[in-house]
Design a protein around this ligand. Structure first.
Ligand code: FES
Ligand SMILES: [Fe+2]
Length: 381
């Protein structure tokens, strides 16, 4: 690099956000929420959708706007297996076809609206979004979460929050080790990413920060955690998250998922289940799940506070101890590319482990200084 080059001011680049939404399965939340026989409005993929369960038990997702005169089906009524428009009572089936117009002899040709493929799995409702209109390929699946159907685990505790930024920001977290220390007050000691096909994994081990640690109400001190978190497609992450306590482990499965509302906002969800154990009997497991859910909500709020004021950046300036942001974004690009145009660079296996020697040294020093300062000020450690 010449002197002139190293003197040049780095310019932040950001292209216009594409008005295209990712191809893939997106979770809308617990299926129960949509199963009351009423239509539900969901704003997703830059559109208004109607979600309803017909008498046949199927959960359906259609474009909310009626092809007759533009009525809002999500304000309509479920009649049998169909959704009836509130404007003139045209009946739309889960396959997107108009089945009946009570006041008319015939249903016109081309009386078909957009219907999204759905998947009901582990008590969650998923919709398949594909701008090219193709059905989900057989190998693009969401894994089963065994604990959900087992009495050994607690039931889903689900949260959702609207975030006013583009959803690429949440994806960037997959490789961003350092922000876990500065934003989430955790202390990563091991950090590795693996991208392959439509999955992106983050393996992280962390220890409890000595300047933040507090024994919980039961007097247990958390030592650290091990997290294996995988995105299956563009928007659904399953995190096998184990918290290590003195003498025992607490196992949980955390879901971190979202769907885009439009290119400037998304609905961010968390779900958690906890395994019952010797240390976590009866209602104690539910209490712990609630505590963890609150903890995760606060984590989201910490991210959201950053997203609220930061700018979009296509060319982040990285140091050696940062994760592979560019490779992650290349992986993420596959979901915004026509299926036939997806390149091996987007889906090929890629592994990268951050050398944490220097971060661990720096963070050890920083936490010790925090403790020393507090001691000097006469505050409890
Ligand atoms: S607009 Fe829906 S039935 Fe007329
Ligand atoms: Fe984060």
């Amino acid at each position: 690099m010449t002197a002139a080059e190293s003197d040049a001011i780095r310019v932040i680049e950001a292209e216009a956000i594409p008005a295209r939404f990712a191809r893939g399965w997106h979770c809308l939340g617990p299926a129960e929420k949509f199963s009351d026989g009423r239509p539900h409005t969901v704003n997703a993929f830059g559109q208004k959708l109607v979600v309803f369960r017909g008498a046949n038990g199927n959960l359906n997702v259609l474009d909310a706007y009626c092809r007759h005169m533009g009525g809002d089906l999500s304000q309509g009524t479920v009649k049998g297996d169909e959704i009836a428009c509130p404007f003139h009572d045209w009946r739309w089936g889960g396959d997107g076809r108009c089945k009946k117009i009570p006041y008319s002899r015939r249903v016109p040709l081309r009386a078909r609206t957009a219907a999204w493929p759905t998947l009901l799995q582990d008590e969650l409702l998923f919709v398949w979004n594909d701008p090219e209109g193709n059905p989900p390929p057989a190998d693009v699946t969401i894994p089963r979460i065994e604990g959900v159907t087992s009495d050994e685990w607690t039931d889903w505790l689900w949260t959702e929050t609207v975030v006013h930024t583009n959803c690429r920001e949440v994806i960037d977290n997959v490789v961003d080790m350092a922000h876990f220390f500065y934003i989430h007050h955790s202390f990563p000691t091991y950090f590795k990413n693996i991208f392959e096909g439509h999955t992106a994994t983050q393996i992280m081990k962390g220890k409890t920060r000595p300047d933040i640690a507090r024994p919980d109400a039961e007097g247990n001190t958390m030592l650290g955690n091990t997290s294996v978190a995988t995105y299956h497609g563009p928007a659904f992450m399953v995190d096998e998250l184990t918290y290590h306590y003195q003498g025992f482990d607490l196992e949980s499965v955390l879901i971190n998922s979202h769907y885009p509302i439009d290119e400037h906002s998304f609905s961010l969800h968390s779900g958690i289940i906890v395994r019952r154990s010797e240390q976590l009997k009866g209602p104690a497991a539910e209490v712990t799940a609630r505590k963890l859910s609150g903890f995760i909500q606060r984590g989201f709020e910490q991210d959201i506070a950053v997203w609220r004021t930061k700018t979009r950046i296509d060319n982040p300036l990285l140091c050696e101890e940062d994760g592979p942001v560019y490779q992650l974004r290349r992986w993420y690009e596959q979901f915004y590319t026509d299926a036939a145009e997806v390149t091996p660079e987007m889906t090929g296996r890629f592994e990268y482990e951050i050398d944490t020697t220097r971060p661990v040294e720096a963070w050890t020093r920083e936490t010790e200084e925090n403790l020393a300062r507090r001691a000097a000020e006469g505050q409890p450690a």
